[in-house]
Design a protein around this ligand. Structure first.
Ligand SMILES: [Zn+2]
Ligand SMILES: [Zn+2]
Length: 395
């Protein structure tokens, strides 16, 4: 039987698995039920498993001959969001929801493992099936970081890594990827503007941190519009601004919190150096207005940089999977992804699997309370996993 027909026969199974995970979403490092189901499924197939990072699961699928080690990753965690859409398999865990598609990632990789076992003779090496906790980083540290620290890339040493992300901004039938950066580096920053408090009737006696903070919000936007090429996307956003107690009091300080995302550069050594530019403007404005300031920036995720050869393999596989009916796009996003922990260490590729369909109301953005996916693409994802692995071992 050819691969497409074999997967078509398992369509109900992958949908059922996904709905089961969807009904029982769990937050980062609390994926006890999900990890238990993953473990049982893999053990049922005869694949040896071990636990890493507490709720992470790694299965080792051995081919019939020796060769390289391929890591295939699915994340399992959900988000602290109360679901708003009414579906028969809605979440039973109040305030927790699979709003990023990780339920589908887990289901697709499990069914892919079942099929890959049937093609063991074509696997010249081993596959590490990685089911990762806490990709959304609801608590520090990131799930991928802990798995790497606990040795997931060693014993046996991993040679290459692959992952798929369900993606509702792309339509069902599309798969997007590109060589180079495909997700953004995410920095979180905090600025404390320290002025001098006083009476709003006598502004000359104060150093007003509110007007300084508003200058900062406006001025730092020039980092992306005047200092860094527009061909190198950079986003600076403020998510929180706090200061003051009453309309006629000038507060003594204001705090600003925000995030900065970019695909290229990062750090002092880079040409773009977005953090350095942000800091220079913030400190310069504070100094110009006689205020003191504290600036703190913390990197949450680095960009996922797709390896050119692995990307070529994925693109070629996507064309094979989608055929004439689908579309393979050159695509990247400003989202953050901790798959970068793997692509920093081994050649890897992340692909975006389109799941947006207006008629099925699955075109809501990720992390939205009405998020859902077009389940007809689940077999496409399974086939993408299966064929990518087989193509990897045949090169
Ligand atoms: Zn997400
Ligand atoms: Zn995600």
């Amino acid at each position: 039987m050819d691969i497409k027909n074999r997967i078509a026969k398992l369509k109900d199974e992958v949908i059922e698995l996904r709905r089961d995970f969807h009904r029982h979403p769990e937050l980062g490092f609390q994926e006890f039920r999900t990890a238990g189901k993953v473990e049982d499924y893999l053990k049922g197939l005869g694949i040896p498993v071990k636990r890493l990072a507490n709720t992470g699961v790694v299965g080792l699928l051995e081919g019939e001959s020796d060769g390289p080690i391929l890591l295939m990753r699915a994340d399992m965690d959900a988000l602290p969001i109360q679901k708003e859409n009414d579906i028969p398999y809605r979440s039973v865990n109040k305030g927790v929801m699979h709003a990023c598609g990780h339920d589908a990632h887990t289901a697709m990789l499990l069914v892919a493992a079942k099929i890959l076992l049937e093609y063991r003779s074509r696997i010249r090496g081993k596959i590490k099936l990685l089911f990762q906790p806490n990709e959304e980083t609801v608590v520090e540290p990131k799930g991928a970081e802990v798995m790497v620290r606990e040795g997931v890339l060693e014993d046996p040493r991993v040679d290459a890594a692959m992952a798929l992300h369900i993606w509702t901004p792309l339509a069902s039938g599309q798969i997007g990827t590109a060589a180079g950066p495909v997700t953004a580096t995410l920095n979180v920053f905090k600025i404390l503007v320290k002025g001098k408090g006083g009476h709003t009737g006598f502004p000359e006696q104060t150093v007003d941190p509110i007007i300084i903070a508003s200058s900062i919000v406006q001025a730092v936007q020039t980092v992306q519009t005047r200092e860094i090429s527009l061909l190198k996307p950079t986003i600076i956003m403020f998510g929180k601004i706090a200061g003051g107690t009453k309309s006629n009091i000038v507060p003594s300080q204001v705090t600003l919190e925000g995030s900065m995302r970019y695909l290229y550069g990062g750090g002092e050594g880079s040409e773009e150096n977005p953090e350095g530019r942000l800091k220079r403007i913030v400190e310069g404005i504070c100094a110009a207005h006689r205020a003191r300031c504290e600036f703190d920036v913390h990197m949450e995720n680095r960009a996922v940089i797709n390896d050119p050869q692995m990307t070529e393999l994925a693109r070629h596989t996507a064309e094979e999977v989608l055929g004439q009916k689908g579309e393979v796009l050159s695509y990247f996003s400003t989202a953050g992804e901790d798959f970068s922990e793997f692509t920093e260490r081994v050649p890897g590729v992340l692909c975006f699997l389109g799941a947006g369909n207006r008629e099925k109301e699955t075109d809501y953005p990720h992390h939205n309370p009405r998020f859902n996916i077009d389940e007809s693409i689940l077999p496409v994802g399974v086939e993408m996993h299966v064929r990518s692995a087989l193509n990897y071992f045949s090169t």
